[in-house]
Design a protein. Structure first.
Length: 231
């Protein structure tokens, strides 16, 4: 699904996220309490990236990322979120939103591969992660927003995992100025239209804070998470 560049918002892309969801087999692993994570947010290593394990992790406040050359599970304190109405969209960014063709759930794997470009600093998204999240996408749980520029080239995007009224933003990329920001604007419009109450961005960075991301204590995050996925 795509939206023309002369619209003022991207809420009309929301139906693209209304995909049939299939509950995978339960994970054989049991995660420790997120409260046991260390000062860096690191909690445990091991397990796998099967759909059931990924969903179980997100449902208890964890996310995967390599650690010590193994599969690691993380729960930072504080936790970065973008409040429902907290995204900062400048006039310049609004103008940029009209320059691109924005779509949703049309090129999930391509977005993830671009996010995992090994030339990017601190890149960690490898083929195993791409395969695992593509499978999650096929089951209806993972979503992407794609931004296309002149000539139909993919120039930006963002992807993440949605459960109920919760969305975990995983990574975004850009190949031209403002393309990732436009993807984020579109994603927030979609999430707002779908009644999302918790948009998790894991850790805040100066870039994300400039766009409206804030830190909240882990205890508050876990309470909001329970409410968001409780229905």
């Amino acid at each position: 699904m795509s939206v023309s560049t002369d619209t003022s918002g991207f809420a009309e892309l929301a139906p693209a996220f209304d995909r049939a969801r299939f509950e995978p087999d339960l994970s054989p692993w049991q995660f420790p309490s997120p409260e046991l994570a260390d000062a860096d947010g690191f909690l445990a290593v091991g397990g796998d990236l099967r759909p059931g394990t990924l969903l179980a992790a997100y449902r208890c406040g964890l996310f995967p990322m390599p650690a010590r050359r193994q599969l690691g599970w993380w729960s930072p304190d504080p936790r970065g979120i973008i409040p429902r109405d907290g995204l900062h969209v400048s006039r310049t960014l609004r103008r940029s939103c009209r320059r691109f063709d924005v779509r949703a759930n049309t090129a999930f794997t391509e977005v993830m591969v671009a996010c995992g470009d090994p030339r990017r600093p601190h890149g960690w998204i490898n083929r195993q992660f791409v395969a695992a999240y593509t499978h999650l996408h096929e089951l209806g749980w993972a979503h992407s927003v794609e931004v296309y520029g002149d000539g139909g080239a993919l120039v930006g995007g963002v992807y993440g995992v949605g459960i109920g009224r919760f969305f975990a933003g995983e990574s975004m990329f850009h190949r031209t100025t403002d393309a990732s920001k436009v993807a984020l604007v579109a994603l927030v419009d979609i999430l707002r239209a779908r009644g999302c109450t918790l948009f998790d961005v894991q850790w805040t960075t100066p870039h994300l804070r400039s766009l409206g991301a804030v830190d909240i204590p882990r205890t508050e995050y876990l309470a909001r998470l329970a409410d968001a996925i409780g229905d």
